[in-house]
Ligand binder design. Structure first.
Ligand SMILES: [Zn+2]
Length: 233
């Protein structure tokens, strides 16, 4: 069970950590800044010592994080101290896109049926009629929230409190980030509030302007809105 430093400070780029397991090309640490694939957000990449980390996944036990090294990379010894460092530019883009999806979900008033955050784009799927999704309206709505400069806020509630407030689970296909009887909440006051375990920027202004790259039907209950950063489309 690793200490998940990104939960309290998503801006941490590196940490010293002790290797607690190393097998094949997978390393586990006693603490980590690496976000593992989950909640639609891809896993971090970076370095552990001199070895490249090409992906990060959740392990089977609670808070276990599997750092996947590139094939052939030398494994650090169990018990040794290493520097774990994420690819910050990539992660910061993921944080900006992840926060942008919270804004997208606030602008489009419909149930969210899926979502994914990658380095170059991010999307949410909505259970809504296609004609209600208007590119210009969505872009203007999100960018107004970006410019308004809302702070984001993380808090925790108990499992029981979440069960009493099912509306906090916005994305049907993504299980809420539970752990040790607590659930993490991400709030953009007066804009959005939902259970979320991902990494976000501190203020919506940091997202920067976004553009709707496309709106496409991916199924009866999946109308996909894909965002890119403005100027990158
Ligand atoms: Zn989130």
């Amino acid at each position: 069970m690793a200490l998940l430093l990104f939960r309290d400070d998503p801006y941490l780029r590196s940490c010293d950590a002790v290797v607690v397991a190393a097998r094949e090309n997978v390393v586990e640490l006693d603490r980590t800044v690496f976000y593992p694939l989950g909640g639609g957000q891809v896993g971090d990449t970076g370095r552990i010592g001199t070895a490249r980390v090409i992906d990060t996944r959740k392990g089977e036990t609670e808070n276990a994080v599997l750092h996947c090294l590139e094939p052939g990379a030398p494994l650090p010894g169990v018990g040794s101290m290493v520097l774990a460092e994420i690819d910050w530019e990539r992660r910061h883009r993921l944080m900006r896109f992840h926060t942008a999806l919270h804004l997208l979900g606030a602008v489009v008033k419909a149930p969210v049926t899926g979502g994914r955050i990658q380095e170059d784009k991010a999307h949410l799927d909505f259970d809504i009629e296609m004609e209600k999704l208007v590119k210009e309206t969505i872009e203007a709505g999100i960018n107004a929230l970006v410019e308004a400069g809302h702070n984001t806020r993380i808090s925790w509630i108990t499992d029981a409190e979440l069960d009493a407030r099912p509306e906090l689970v916005k994305t049907m296909s993504v299980a809420p980030p539970r752990g040790a009887g607590r659930v993490r909440l991400m709030e953009i006051p007066e804009v959005d509030l939902q259970a979320c375990g991902g990494t976000h920027v501190a203020n919506t202004r940091e997202v920067g302007h976004v553009a709707v790259a496309r709106i496409r039907s991916e199924g009866k209950r999946n109308k996909r809105v894909t965002l890119v950063f403005k100027g990158e489309a």
